[in-house]
Design a protein around this ligand. Structure first.
Ligand SMILES: *Cc1c(COP(=O)(O)O)cnc(C)c1O
Length: 397
């Protein structure tokens, strides 16, 4: 049986390049960069070099890069920092969207309880937010706009340079959660008017537990973790040197291959979408064109996401669904609800996220296996029978 990993939006397998870059920093150069001796200074050099690499890949200066434990921490720190800056000036209005990652939404929820006015923009049915929506929402007391670069569930790519331009013109700080975009799309923070940006190594074949917050110089960050003076005093804790070195290596490799990977992976994606769209009573989530190269997300009426995943896993296919049983709640994905999918339909979602290591053979295998599993699940569903026998209406025509 084939084993297919199609859950690259959740996390990726590390690249050989990243692993090889890390090993010496565990075996030989294991020092603490704060130590004055040679072993420590070797680590400090690696840290400085990794910072240079990441900065040049984002189009900023090394001193604007802060290493974090991942995307979630970077999101938290960016948003909390902007909120504190705003509060000092009496500005407590924050603009975001309804389909952000929970690292953003839950941080905003915390600020709402502290008295901030949080405005979540409506997402269009195709998974987009326009720069005009942002322009219309900005007020005198807006201290932050935080909008993701690309959505992790439905793959839509937002007009970040345009949104950044609006924020710049109005003098409002702009943060973007670029965790799904970094290493996959061309990013340049200066050209794209981005004040703060979050990224995470494990979404581009780097190690888990390693991320970056870019913050334009002059933006005073608030510490989330207090302690030592690491990261210009803004993030305490002995630096994760292997993780940071591995992230820089993985990011460089990913960024150097963006164009060829996009071409290859989006062709696989489009073949998968075209094949799955032949399944009756199904619908694609997100924009057909303006989407991440590896993202496929569809809803199938009469199918329950969790059962679908378990049966696909039995067939060797690792996928993901929007229904969040993991969180212990039966609520379907807030992302699918935000684009207007009814609860019943949102429960039957499937996300397949590809990378450049997936093959055409794997796509063919999935196009064989998935329709069979869906047919089986429908055949044992009483609700489906009601629809087939005209006692209930189909929602997806
Ligand atoms: C994965 C992800 C995160 C969280 O990153 P971690 O490094 O796992 O903390 C945040 N935002 C988006 C859009 C993601 O896909």
């Amino acid at each position: 049986m084939m084993q297919i990993y199609a859950d690259n939006a959740a996390t990726t397998k590390m690249s050989r390049t990243a692993i090889d870059a890390m090993l010496p920093y565990m075996e030989t150069f294991y020092g603490n960069p704060s130590s004055l001796h040679t072993v420590g200074q070797q680590a400090a050099e690696a840290l400085a070099k990794a910072r240079e690499t990441v900065a040049s890949l984002l189009g900023c200066e090394a001193r604007e890069i802060y290493f974090t434990s991942g995307g979630s921490e970077a999101d938290n720190q960016a948003i909390i920092s902007a909120a504190r800056i705003g509060a000092k000036k009496g500005k407590k209005h924050i603009i975001s969207t309804a389909f952000e990652h929970h690292a953003v939404l839950h941080t905003l929820e915390k600020l709402r309880k502290e008295g901030f006015d949080i405005e979540l923009l409506d997402v269009h049915a195709n998974g987009m937010i326009s720069a005009q929506q942002v322009a219309d929402a900005i007020r005198e007391d807006t201290c932050l706009v935080t909008i993701m670069y690309a959505n992790n569930e439905i793959g839509s790519i937002l007009p970040i340079p345009e949104i950044g331009a609006v924020c710049k013109e109005k003098g409002v700080l702009f943060h973007t959660d670029a965790v799904q975009a970094a290493g996959h799309l061309h990013i340049n923070v200066k050209e794209q008017n981005i004040d703060m940006l979050s990224l995470s190594a494990h979404k581009f074949h780097g190690p888990k537990g390693s991320g970056v917050l870019y913050a334009r110089k002059g933006i005073p960050l608030t510490n989330i973790i207090e302690g030592g003076a690491q990261e210009r005093g803004k993030r305490a804790g002995t630096e994760n040197i292997p993780g940071i070195v591995g992230m820089a290596a993985a990011m460089k490799e990913a960024c150097e291959h963006i164009d060829e990977d996009t071409k290859k992976v989006s062709a696989l994606r489009d073949k998968l979408i075209a094949g799955l769209s032949k399944i009756p009573h199904s619908i694609l989530n997100g924009d057909p064109v303006n989407r991440l190269p590896g993202n496929v997300n569809m809803c199938f009426e009469g199918v329950e996401g969790e059962s679908l995943l378990l049966l696909l896993d039995r067939d060797g296919i690792c996928a993901s669904s929007g229904s969040a049983c993991t969180s212990g709640s039966l609520d379907p994905s807030h992302v699918l609800l935000s684009i207007g999918r009814p609860h019943e339909i949102a429960h039957g979602s499937l996300r397949l996220s590809l990378c450049s290591w997936n093959t055409e053979e794997e796509i063919d295998y999935m196009l064989e296996a998935i329709p069979k599993v869906i047919e089986y699940l429908r055949s044992i569903s009483p609700l489906w029978r009601d629809k087939v026998e005209n006692r209930k209406e189909f929602i997806l025509k």
